[in-house]
Ligand binder design. Structure first.
Ligand SMILES: Nc1ncnc2c1ncn2[C@@H]1O[C@H](COP(=O)(O)OP(=O)(O)O)[C@@H](O)[C@H]1O
Ligand SMILES: [Mg+2]
Length: 172
């Protein structure tokens, strides 16, 4: 089974994927540097050729349970999507600690509060193939355990939809 481990930057994908490496083959989309088209100065981020990335993944021989990590992983040929979620206040703290510029922090905090990646997954996959984990209340080890449970078919509770939309109202 090929599993997308996706989520807004700062939700903990890489931290959790490193733990999961003990058990699964993990592919990090960040490693495919030749799919970067250009650096977007204003947004302080690389723009990636998603189609090229997908083709590269399609040409890999993947066997057994494989995790694809990255915020584009749900755009890849995968069987299910696990979306890491994070409360906007906690995400802001994590991204500030990481040294992100204010504009980049706000862009990501807004995207997470609106649930953009989860929505993209729900538009693309049948609902039962989309799982969400609230990382703001868990340690990375606990998040990795949740991923394990989902992959082994015991993650029913993670089909519950998470929404931080109410937080947006507090900003005004
Ligand atoms: N479950 C968690 N609880 C608290 N902090 C976390 C958790 N997961 C990740 N972090 C911290 O949040 C920051 C972003 O994590 P990272 O794994 O780099 O996110 P991503 O790969 O999704 O951008 C890091 O400083 C990391 O230590
Ligand atoms: Mg990462």
């Amino acid at each position: 089974m090929i599993v997308a481990l996706t989520g807004t930057p700062g939700t903990g994908k890489t931290t959790v994927a490193r733990i999961l490496e003990k058990k699964y083959r993990v592919i990090y989309l960040k490693d495919f540097k030749d799919t970067r088209v250009y650096y977007d100065e204003a947004r302080d981020t690389y723009v990636v050729d998603i189609d090229m990335l997908r083709e590269k993944i399609e040409h890999m021989e993947l066997e057994g349970d494989v995790i694809i990590e990255g915020h584009y992983s749900h755009e890849m040929p995968v069987d299910m999507a696990i979306v890491l979620r994070c409360h906007p206040d906690e995400l802001k703290r994590r991204l500030a600690r990481r040294g992100y510029r204010d504009i980049k922090i706000m862009e990501n905090v807004e995207a997470e509060a609106m649930g953009i990646i989860a929505e993209e997954c729900l538009a693309k996959f049948p609902e039962e193939k989309v799982f969400e984990i609230d990382t703001s209340i868990l340690t990375p080890e606990q998040v990795a355990d949740a991923v394990n449970r989902i992959i082994s078919g015991e993650g029913e509770e993670y089909r519950r939809r998470i929404s931080y939309m109410g937080e947006i109202l507090k900003w005004y």
